[in-house]
Design a protein around this ligand. Structure first.
Ligand code: FAD
Length: 392
């Protein structure tokens, strides 16, 4: 299947991709349009995750791209960014599932796992045989997780005993393993543990009543004397630096997903504006409607330029925390503006699921806050440009 650059990729950033990468994106887009777009509104309304997407995502290679050893072919960070964009352009919840499975769970193993741990778990995550989750946030510690974690890890012989609570953990109602980040009681450092969810003392409860990313199954987790062997401690995670390294890459991918969400809303709004007739003419012919659409395209194009460059820096090994923080803060803020204009263009139909815009509008709120709020990412950039940490 041949790959057509999106009309919303106004400056043709997809030209940076190789033919093999374009083919993979074309296959992904065709599957998303045929098998996800028609059903996702119902799952969103019922707040259920469409589990049937896991196998096709694995077959399309989407769960394997994160780690060089499971990648079906050589690919760039720009390509992986376009994968995140294509997913979110159809549905940000499916995109979030992939972000957690691939970026956060597999990413933790890739960054901080030993050779044996990677070999054991990453192929299973890539094939979808094992579903992963990433447990960092806690009820009392969100933005300050670098210093504020209360979940504890205590070493007893060859075992670790974990106690504490986690909140908001995506995929965690059905994950087979959850990466739990906890403070070592002995040295006060944050360490990571691969926790099989069948371990006694581990309990996950779905968070109900969300108005954003409803299909994503977020959970509150309680850990009561959960015992895991030393072999399940991430062997190269000796401090929060390892966690931050995982988040640096995934934050840039959330920025790509924000562009995808904006693109999905914008494209739905353009189609609606061409079709909807008021005052005897398609609303697309009204200047004020064109103003919204052009502003939306400007936001998308500016954000795309930023995320493409961030991905190039990632491949060059020079992506810094402040680079991905600026991309995440900027792209999600522009997304939030864009989905608002798209919703406005669709009038009343902008708030019903049938026209898709309502889903993008609501889902943008979660993307805006997770993986570091706009304020936190702003403070990371602020510290980099002034030399002054202004977090407290
Ligand atoms: P808080 O930290 O309580 O912040 C509340 C407000 O105060 C925000 O606006 C924040 O920016 C602001 N604020 C806080 N401190 C400062 C300051 N110093 N200066 C200025 N403003 C400040 N976490 C995981 O570990 N794993 C997951 O899979 C996961 N998935 C998620 C999925 C969804 C849908 C959501 C909503 C969240 C998810 N999270 C996950 C958690 C997410 O990363 C946190 O919600 C986020 O980091 C913000 O933390 P908080 O919600 O506790 O807000």
């Amino acid at each position: 299947m041949s790959f057509a650059a999106l009309e919303s990729d106004f400056y043709g950033y997809a030209d940076l991709l190789t033919d093999r990468e374009r083919d993979a994106l074309a296959d992904l887009r065709a599957w998303l349009e045929a098998d996800v777009k028609p059903i996702i509104g119902g799952y969103w309304e019922r707040a259920e995750f469409p589990m049937q997407v896991v196998r096709p995502l694995a077959d399309l290679g989407v769960l394997s791209f994160a780690w060089e050893e499971t990648r079906p072919f050589e690919n760039s960070s720009v390509f992986r960014g376009f994968v995140a964009l294509e997913l979110a352009r159809v549905d940000a919840s499916v995109g979030t599932f992939v972000g957690v499975q691939n970026g956060l769970a597999t990413g933790s193993l890739a960054v901080a796992g030993s050779r044996e741990q990677r070999d054991e778990w990453i192929p299973k995550l890539a094939s979808g045989e094992v579903v992963g989750a990433f447990g960092l946030t806690e009820p009392l510690s969100g933005s300050d997780s670098a210093r504020g974690l209360r979940t504890t890890a205590r070493r007893e012989g060859d075992e670790w005993v974990l106690n504490g609570e986690k909140r908001w953990i995506g995929n965690a109602t059905f994950s087979d393993i959850t990466i739990i980040w906890a403070k070592d009681e002995a040295d006060g450092q944050v360490k990571g543990f691969i926790v099989p969810t069948s371990t006694p003392g581990y309990a996950a409860t779905k968070i109900e009543g969300k108005i954003s990313l409803r299909p994503v199954q977020n959970a509150d987790i309680v850990l009561t004397d959960v015992r895991v062997p030393e072999s399940l401690r991430l062997q190269h995670a000796d401090s929060f630096r390892a966690t931050a390294e995982v988040l640096r890459a995934t934050r840039a991918e959330v920025a790509w997903a924000a562009v995808g969400t904006a693109v999905g809303a914008y494209e739905a709004a353009v189609a609606y504006a061409k079709d909807r007739v008021q005052f005897g003419r398609p609303i697309a012919s009204h200047q004020l409607i064109q103003d919204h659409l052009v502003n939306a395209l400007g936001n998308i194009t500016a954000s795309l330029g930023m995320v493409v460059r961030a991905s190039q820096l990632q491949d060059a090994g020079t992506l810094r925390d402040e680079h991905s923080a600026l991309a995440k803060a900027f792209a999600t803020a522009r997304m939030r503006e864009t989905v608002g204009w798209a919703r406005e263009v669709c009038g009343g139909n902008g708030i019903v699921l049938d026209h898709h815009v309502a889903r993008f509008f609501a889902d943008s709120e979660a993307l805006y806050s997770y993986e570091g709020t706009r304020e936190m990412n702003t403070l990371i950039v602020g510290r980099a440009i002034t030399g002054q940490a202004a977090f407290v």
